[in-house]
Each structure stands twice: as structure tokens, then as C-alpha cells.
Design a protein around this ligand. Structure first.
Ligand SMILES: [Fe+2]
Ligand SMILES: [Fe+2]
Length: 409
């Protein structure tokens, strides 16, 4: 009924022959820019008539636009007529229902050994312990740690640490770092605090910690790199990363394998070519996984920015094109934030250390707490949703009693 009325109406409308000629000229040429003067001359009509007819041709489904003033130089004609096709990553909402939710948690700047660290490995209390318990309860299998596991020691913090020396502090770290059933922690080392031992003594502290963890049977503590490491997220929930050493269980398995089994194991576990002592393989072999996203775990450097987002912005702006990750988790600044910068979900992981004397002096505020994330990955690799939960920790409680807290207290 409506269709019949519509066709009757259009039948009443006088046919514009000029519009038909323009339509025929447009053909399948696509979004071409036509010069009004040239077209008016071609059809021998006035520019105003031509403009009206052109509009009608557009309404009837013709593609193209009219340029009032520009005659497109011949040299550009190709570009104007056939705009180069760009490869655009489209978010297809269909894939929202076939994607993989990746559950993970994040923390950094634990500074175990410091008087200001809030976790107590003996009592198993504190913000990091709480995080691991929540992970166990919610089935979150991985925690990313962005560095500064321990406070290290230097002249200026020597009266604020409970343990002196690399062995004492790393053993404390391995013995007292939180754990929970079914939860694995992936670490990078900072180039400050634990990193002072590398800077000052030339000891590869990440490898040392990895060896101590393997010796202590802490298979849940996995060490990926110094300052930063890339983790490839593969649709379906798999993660590929390189690491320093195999766990004691893996070592045992490797020792008992035949040569073929060993080769197969190494192919499936990049980075474990030389299982022990380590030696880090630095590039990820993603040849079998063209669809992936990169999560970069990093310990930043430099001081506190004027604004919370300033340092993450500088880090992301500093990457060359193609070098950025899709998710970047940052330790070091003792800040908590999430920003979407140049298509990269950029997170500052917070801290579980209270405000230190140094921070007091410099008027720096720590953001104390930990994170839980849910990132959805499409079968084509892209992260199409990213959800975050921050678990804040009020160091001094909601009502601050100065007599109950402080270096003297
Ligand atoms: Fe730190
Ligand atoms: Fe740091």
C-alpha cells in the first residue's frame, strides 16, 4: 500500500533529464569530485541548473560531489577518483559474543622489607594478601607484578629496612610473598630498589630471584624480565611469554624427557631453550599466532609527574608506531590510574607500601591498593572491552589518629 502510494507520487514528479544524464555519468565511479564549470559546459546548462540537477541525481542514489571552485588538477585526478583503501580495524559487535574474557589482577611496588610495606608475610595480612584471597575466590589465575618487590638497600633507606643484603631480602621475598591456590604471579624487576643490586653490583637480580624461587619450590612465582616484558594474549585464553628459568617441576620433567620430547617442550615453551641457569630469550615467537594482543608489564622510571596521568602519557607517546602494546601495566610511580592512550589501555598498578619518609619529604601521595581486570579478546586478537576494579586500602583508617601511626608509634 505504502509502496504504491510512493510510486504514484514519484510518477507525478516531472522527470529531470539533466539529472538522469548526470546519474548516467556518475555510473559506478564512486565518490568523485566533479567540477561545476566543466560539467555545466559539458551539458550546456547554467551552473545553477546544474547544481539543482546534481542534487536530484544524488537523491536518486548517485555518488559524487560537486566542487564549486576547484578544478582538480590532472595530477591528482587518480587520487580523487579512487581514494586509497585503508585497512581499518573494525570492532564487530558479533564478536562480543564469541570472544574470550581474560581475567587477571595487577599489583606493584610491594617494597617488602621496608618499614612502610603494608603486607605481613608472617601474619599473612595486608593488601596483597587480600588480593590473592580474592583472586582465589573469583577464579582469577594470574597476577601481574610491575616491580619493586623488595625495598633493596642503599645508604638512604638503611635505617628503614628490616633486612640488609641481597640474599636476606630476596629470601624474605620468596618466603613471604603472598600466594593462593591456583594463582600464578608474573614478575618484572624494577631498575631501582631490587634493581640497585644490578646497577651497583652487576647482579642480575631477576635471574637471582627466579633461581631462588625455583630452589624454594615457588612455582607460582614466574620471572619474566628486568624493567619490562611482553606477554602475548592469544584468543582462547592462552598466554605466551619468555622467562628466566624453568620451575623445579618443569626442570624435573625436562631432565626425564627424550630428545624429541625435549624439542617439543621447548617449541611449546619459548624462552626455556636453556632452562637452568637461565638466559633470557628476548623475542616472542608468535609465528603460529598471527591473531594476538600484547600486554606489556613494565617498571617505569623518573619522578612523580605533575598530574597522575603525565608519566603514562609520556611513556605511551614515546613508542614508535607499531611498538605499542594493547595493554600496558605500569609499576614505579605508586599511583593508580587507567587511561586509554593511543589505543592502549594504560594502567598504573598502585602500591601496597604506605607513604614513606622520602615521599613525605617530596609531598608525594601514594595510591595504595590493587587491581582486578577483565579484558575481552575477539577471535581476531583485538581487545574489545576492558573492565577494571580498584581495591583501595586505607592505610590509616577512615579516622586518622596521629598518635597511633608514625615512625615513633
Ligand atoms: Fe616503588
Ligand atoms: Fe621504582
Amino acid at each position: 500500500m505504502a509502496k504504491a502510494a510512493k510510486s504514484a507520487k514519484s510518477a507525478r514528479k516531472p522527470r529531470n533529464h539533466l539529472a538522469e544524464k548526470i546519474l548516467a555519468k556518475m555510473g559506478d565511479a564512486g565518490p568523485v569530485v566533479y567540477d561545476i564549470e566543466a560539467l555545466a559546459n559539458e551539458f550546456n546548462v547554467t551552473p545553477s541548473k546544474l547544481r539543482d540537477a546534481f542534487e536530484e541525481a544524488q537523491q536518486r542514489g548517485g555518488t559524487g560531489s560537486l566542487s564549486d571552485f576547484a578544478t582538480v588538477p590532472d595530477a591528482y585526478l587518480d587520487d580523487a577518483q579512487a581514494p586509497r583503501k585503508q585497512k581499518i580495524t573494525k570492532i564487530d559487535s558479533e564478536r562480543f559474543y564469541s570472544d574470550t574474557p581474560l581475567l587477571f589482577a595487577g599489583t606493584a611496588d610491594t617494597h617488602l622489607g621496608s618499614e612502610f610495606a603494608l603486607d605481613n608475610g608472617k601474619a599473612k595480612t595486608g593488601p596483597t594478601w587480600d588480593l590473592y584471597r580474592m583472586c582465589e575466590r573469583e577464579g582469577i589465575p594470574v597476577v601481574f607484578h610491575g616491580g619493586n618487590w623488595v625495598d633493596g638497600h642503599a645508604r638512604f633507606n638503611q635505617y628503614e629496612v628490616k633486612k640488609i643484603g641481597v640474599t636476606a631480602q630476596i629470601e624474605m621475598f620468596i618466603n613471604e610473598y603472598p600466594y593462593a591456590k591456583g594463582v600464578k604471579t608474573l614478575f618484572v624487576g624494577g631498575d631501582d630498589h631490587e634493581g640497585w643490586w644490578l646497577q651497583r653490583e652487576g647482579l642480575d637480580i631477576v635471574e637471582y630471584a627466579a633461581m631462588k624461587a625455583a630452589a624454594g619450590g615457588r612455582d607460582d612465582m614466574v620471572f619474566l624480565g628486568y624493567v619490562e616484558a611482553d606477554i602475548a594474549l592469544i584468543p582462547g585464553g592462552k598466554m605466551i611469554y619468555n622467562r628466566y628459568v624453568a620451575s623445579s617441576k618443569e626442570l624435573q620433567e625436562i631432565m626425564q624427557m627424550s630428545d624429541e620430547e625435549k624439542a617439543k617442550f621447548q617449541a611449546e615453551n619459548p624462552g626455556l631453550d636453556r632452562p637452568f641457569p637461565g638466559g633470557l630469550q628476548r623475542t616472542l615467537d608468535l609465528s603460529a599466532h598471527p591473531n594476538h594482543a600484547i600486554l606489556r608489564l613494565k617498571h617505569g622510571g623518573g619522578g612523580t609527574g605533575y598530574a597522575t596521568s603525565y608519566q603514562p602519557q609520556k611513556i605511551i607517546n614515546g613508542y614508535e608506531s607499531g611498538e605499542k602494546a594493547q595493554i600496558e601495566l605500569l609499576g614505579h610511580y605508586h599511583k593508580a590510574s587507567v587511561d586509554y592512550l593511543r589505543n592502549c589501555w594504560t594502567v598504573q598498578l598502585g602500591t601496597t607500601e604506605a607513604r614513606t619518609t622520602f615521599m613525605n619529604k617530596k609531598n608525594i601521595i601514594p595510591h595504595v591498593g590493587t587491581w582486578m581486570f577483565k579484558a575481552n579478546q575477539a577471535p581476531t586478537g583485538e581487545i574489545n572491552r576492558f573492565q577494571h576494579r580498584f581495591i583501595p586500602y586505607h592505610v590509616r583508617g577512615f579516622n586518622f589518629d596521629p598518635r597511633a601511626y608514625g615512625l615513633r608509634g
